[in-house]
Design a protein around this ligand. Structure first.
Ligand SMILES: [Zn+2]
Length: 55
């Protein structure tokens, strides 16, 4: 989903790479660039956020 929680990249948004609301990149631009666009690391996902470090 969008790092700013605008939308989830499912259904009609599944193929988008930038958020249509806030224009934030779907993928981590640093990892994307350093890997030559091979690594598309989502900036935020459902259910997979590591809760431990935040507690
Ligand atoms: Zn957004």
């Amino acid at each position: 989903m969008c790092p700013n929680s605008c939308i989830a990249y499912t259904g009609p948004f599944a193929k988008l790479e930038v958020c249509p609301t806030c224009e934030e990149s779907r993928y981590d631009p640093i990892k994307l660039k350093s890997s030559g666009s091979r690594v598309k690391q989502s900036q935020q996902q459902f259910y997979t956020m590591p809760l431990g470090p935040q507690l």
